[in-house]
Design a protein around this ligand. Structure first.
Ligand SMILES: *[C@@H]1O[C@H](CO)[C@@H](O)[C@H](O)[C@H]1NC(C)=O
Ligand SMILES: *[C@@H]1O[C@H](CO)[C@@H](O)[C@H](O)[C@H]1NC(C)=O
Ligand SMILES: *[C@@H]1O[C@H](CO)[C@@H](O)[C@H](O)[C@H]1NC(C)=O
Ligand SMILES: *[C@@H]1O[C@H](CO)[C@@H](O)[C@H](O)[C@H]1NC(C)=O
Ligand SMILES: *[C@@H]1O[C@H](CO)[C@@H](O)[C@H](O)[C@H]1NC(C)=O
Length: 418
């Protein structure tokens, strides 16, 4: 079965070559509808990055006070949630989730914002390009971290008139924050806390299916630039081939769908409820650039957390050295230590790799090892027990930071001066 899936995944490039990508209209109501059905409201903001990508941001609001302007005194502390790869802001607000972190934070009095990166469900527009052009897809998580993330952070801080915010990233949502802080350390001061769920920097001990593919896709070949410049997932026949289409409908064999889910998204989970499956497959996997996936495979292959490998000549042109530079983790120095949440049953993000990252970050990080059997990659956001293992610790981290920053003006000054 493993081999079958590997082969199915190998068909992806072939499918991409033979089929022109189909681009569905963005379903603008989906996200808002989900939030409304859960009994809340949300504001929608469309913004453009400096290099022209249109990113949609959502801000959750209490439905009873939706039409009243946001009170400015006292300002509610801002929290920004960033989704993972092949996903979008929808992952935080699936209706069948029993207690999503996003709503819990709203109930606790936070001003909750949900981001979307370029190429995902709510990031498919561009000032000058169309998503059917290959040039549109020429980016990896490096661009998301160095351009999209700071753009969204600055936008939110501008709108809320605040100087710093709380951040929660999941999977690639953590990678982009590591990229940002190592490439643009002046952003350290814009984060009050960072809670990193299933943090991805090193992927050396990744056990998922990505590992099988990284043996050849993780090494640069001239095919990469051509293969990478395209969206992954939209071709309908591939979605059908892999059974993704079928799993989006209620009533499809849940065994098959959970199997697919665990194979593709990081291991067997004891905390996934079958009722979530149709909703997950309706909104996932969301589009992404093939370069994002290739870049992650390069991390597995090279055993380093470093920039995109363009091959010896390409690297020389781009970086003035024949190998890609590593992200300088010494630049990650947030005002308060960042928080790493990880488990031993996550097939993508291994305990060993997170501990290596923690060692590099030294006392700039605090580890939260989730010592539960079969707590897998998806469970950090979709597990039935997130209330205890994720939501409560995160609310506590943020509340403690708020208290500390109020009573310790030095920390506050640090924050403001960056
Ligand atoms: C888009 O095109 C306009 C004019 O054609 C140009 O001035 C602008 O720099 C372009 N923007 C991006 C992000 O490429
Ligand atoms: C929403 O606002 C109402 C009235 O101000 C308040 O009673 C309720 O607790 C609020 N709900 C949340 C989730 O903040
Ligand atoms: C490129 O690297 C070489 C040696 O490593 C150095 O002498 C040169 O100044 C660098 N060029 C640029 C543009 O940084
Ligand atoms: C990494 O950053 C640290 C501190 O910001 C700096 O001292 C060091 O020279 C940097 N290392 C490299 C390889 O650029
Ligand atoms: C963090 O570690 C560095 C050395 O690695 C040490 O100089 C510094 O005092 C430590 N800071 C705290 C707050 O423990």
């Amino acid at each position: 079965m493993e081999t079958f899936l590997t082969i199915s995944l190998l068909l992806i490039p072939i499918g991409l070559i033979t089929l022109r990508q189909q681009h569905e209209e963005i379903k603008t109501t989906t996200m808002v509808e989900r939030v409304q059905r859960a009994g809340y409201e949300c504001e929608t903001y469309d913004t453009f990055t400096d290099d022209g990508y249109g990113l949609r941001l959502f801000r959750l609001r209490n439905s009873t006070s939706f039409n009243v302007p946001e009170p400015t005194t006292p300002p509610r502390p801002v929290v920004f949630l960033m989704h993972g790869i092949a996903s979008s802001s929808e992952s935080w607000v699936l209706e069948s989730l029993s207690n999503p972190l996003a709503y819990e934070l709203l109930k606790q009095g936070f001003d909750v914002w949900l981001g979307n990166n370029r190429g995902s469900t709510y990031g498919k527009s561009h000032r000058n390009l169309s998503a059917s052009q290959s040039q549109f897809w020429r980016f990896s998580f490096h661009e998301i971290g160095t351009i999209d993330l700071p753009h969204m952070v600055d936008f939110i801080l501008g709108k809320t008139q605040q100087s710093s915010l709380h951040y929660v990233g999941y999977s690639q949502g953590t990678t982009v924050a590591f990229v940002l802080l190592s490439m643009r350390p002046e952003y350290n001061g814009k984060f009050k806390t960072l809670s990193m769920l299933a943090p991805v920097a090193y992927l050396t001990h990744c056990r998922s299916i990505l590992r099988h593919l990284s043996g050849f896709l993780g090494i640069y070949t001239p095919v990469h630039s051509w293969l990478g410049d395209r969206a992954l997932w939209p071709p309908w026949f591939l979605r059908r081939l892999l059974g993704l289409e079928a799993c989006g409908r209620a009533g499809t064999n849940p065994k098959l769908c959970t199997f697919l889910m665990f194979k593709l998204f990081g291991g067997y989970s004891a905390y996934l409820e079958e009722t979530l499956l149709p909703e997950i497959f309706q909104s996932h996997p969301a589009t992404l650039s093939m370069h994002q996936l290739l870049h992650f495979m390069q991390l597995t292959y090279s055993q380093k957390f470093r920039q995109y490998d363009f091959g010896p000549d390409g690297n020389l042109q781009r970086y003035n050295q024949s190998t890609p530079p590593e992200y300088n983790l010494s630049n990650i120095r947030p005002t308060l230590p960042l928080h790493l949440f990880y488990s031993d049953y996550d097939e993508i993000v291994s305990k060993t790799d997170v501990e290596m990252l923690a060692e590099k970050l030294g006392n700039h990080s605090v580890s939260h090892f989730i010592d539960l059997p079969y707590f897998a990659h998806i469970d950090f956001v979709w597990g039935s027990n997130i209330e205890d293992v994720i939501n409560r610790p995160i609310v506590e981290i943020m509340n403690n930071a708020e208290k500390l920053l109020q009573t310790n003006p030095r920390s506050q000054r640090d924050l403001e001066s960056g």
